[in-house]
Design a protein around this ligand. Sequence first.
Ligand code: SF4
Length: 375
Amino acid sequence: MATVAEPAREARNPDLTREFRRPDLARAILDRIKARLTAAQPLRLMEVCGTHTVAISRSGLRSLLGPEVDLVSGPGCPVCVTSQGDIDAMLELAGRSGVIVATYGDMVRVPGSRRSLLEARAAGARVEVVYSALDAVRLAAANPGDKVVFLGVGFETTAPGTALAMEAAEHEGVRNFLIYSAHKLVPPALAALVADPELGIAGFILPGHVSVVIGRRAYLEPLAARRIPAAIAGFEPVDILLAVDRMAEMLGAGRTEVANAYARAVAEEGNPLARAAIERCFVPVTATWRGLGEIPGSGLALRPHLAARDAREKLGVAAREAPDPPGCSCGDVLRGKIKPTACPLFGGPCTPTAPVGPCMVSTEGACAAYYRYER
Ligand code: SF4
């Protein structure tokens, strides 16, 4: 097997990002991967994270890896996995008098059962786009006569920010700042994907950002204990190829481990401060994911001492079951059953300017990435 000089991982490297974009390194690792595998038995891997999907599409890795590796996208786009019922509940809140809904930019364009938050705003609803949960606290402080509901979406990466915003609101006495939590946890979703034999996933490219927070150890129970190889990856082409190579090596040697191919950013235990912020404010609950359905322990609800900030409790709103838009295959895309181009609506009725489903809305959505880079 060819020896490849891998990039230095130390943070003192003056231009680390360039190292992980070097074409010569990428080519050498690609050759090594191909030497480990055969086209007759392709390695089916899921890139769990939407940012990885975009990075893979943009750099052409899917085609460079060739028939030996089948890369499928997963449920790692926070906007995309937010259930239709949660989106409808947010729309219901936005239509109420005395309520301002605050959320991230992509969220406002996701079609609900009847319309999007953007369309609701055009019809007079008070919907504000914010860049952080703390911006929503400031919005609440500036509008004391209204209730400002921040739509908390995203994984372990955004949940600490929501937690710290709630604590800032407590500290500053901003009582009209509420949360509708649709936050989700990645490890329980991975366990659900592993348990679905129809998907045939042989290994996971694990999300770099989430792993910075939760650490490598968080994957041992859902993956290694179920004998599924996995590798945490950064977001440059060499990072991703290293993760694929680690899994190809493991499978060849009959080992199942969780490798850390992003050691320059991810520690074994993650970020204890961020994890503690989640722990202080949230408790794991069953959550409904678009495409994956209900998964026990995969959502985050506010802890009882923050009940006064829980929009579901205080404003009596709840997600009801709602079907995906007619003809939309986002659910199958999100669990890696099909690739975006297999959806009959892809590139025809559904485009980034006229999205039918959320996977075409979000910058991290698989359909948007394929539309932009892989048509
Ligand atoms: Fe959903 Fe559109 Fe993607 Fe089809 S092409 S899966 S409708 S986002």
